[in-house]
Design a protein around this ligand. Sequence first.
Ligand SMILES: Nc1ncnc2c1ncn2[C@@H]1O[C@H](COP(=O)(O)OP(=O)(O)O)[C@@H](O)[C@H]1O
Ligand SMILES: CC(C)(COP(=O)(O)O)[C@@H](O)C(=O)O
Length: 270
Amino acid sequence: MFAPGHITGFFAICKSSNKLKTGSIGAGITINRGVNIELKKGNGDVFYNDKKVDICVVKKVVEYYKEFGYNDDYDIIFSSDFPLGSGLGMSGGCALILAKKLNETLNLNENYVEIAHISEVECGTGLGDVIAQYTKGFVIRKAPGFPINVEKIAVNDDYYIIIEIFGKKETKEIITNEEWIKKINEYGERCLNELLKNPTLENFVNLSYKFAVNTELINEKILDICEDLKFTVGASQSMLGNTLFCISKKETLDDALSILKNPIVCKVYY
Ligand SMILES: Nc1ncnc2c1ncn2[C@@H]1O[C@H](COP(=O)(O)OP(=O)(O)O)[C@@H](O)[C@H]1O
Ligand SMILES: CC(C)(COP(=O)(O)O)[C@@H](O)C(=O)O
């Protein structure tokens, strides 16, 4: 079972006393690399790329399924193309496929998307990834949480999404900090209104770049490389990580790859 990575280009944070209505508005793209899951009879240990880990959302999802009779008698094994904390939605992806896998394994029909979303919100590790990863594609989130209110924008298959990860960033530190929330919400709402007027990948990546610069979330190294990649459709920083993403057509792909040291080439995942 697979969950795609999710690149958030820009977002705004929407808090509610109802966790189902807490989330984010904004826009992002899911990609054809992400995270897979396997369950093996065991004692509830969690592994991510062969390392034993402690992931808040995984613990939360397990807690919810224990209420439905799960005995925590499986080891949970994730294998991913991306490290945790790189702003590519791996916490949300782990939550989504674990909840779905437990539904399947325990022959349950629980609303696994809601359970995964609430788990992310409770952990402070995500707000809109789960909904975007469930929807798939180029996804504009027009309202936070549930009921799901998104626009899924059709794009042709000519685009490549190039990723380079420069380090980690703890999502929780940003989305629980009032100063960051103020800047994120001011620019995130503006970008969403602009994208809805012209919902194209070109406009998306350029608005994402403006968001990253205006919120001061972008790091200097990624800023410099974005300038060097101006000959492509565009480049920006994936939120919330220290990860560059570039959207390129085939004719500029080789030149873009020559600028990057450890590029990961992806396609939009539907
Ligand atoms: N080695 C690790 N590196 C980064 N996060 C880790 C690691 N091990 C466990 N975690 C947990 O994984 C989650 C990462 O969430 P987040 O920062 O949103 O990542 P992502 O951007 O990949 O969704 C956090 O709960 C963090 O505590
Ligand atoms: C941007 C973020 C709040 C976090 O994304 P990540 O760092 O990938 O967990 C995401 O959940 C969103 O609402 O768009």
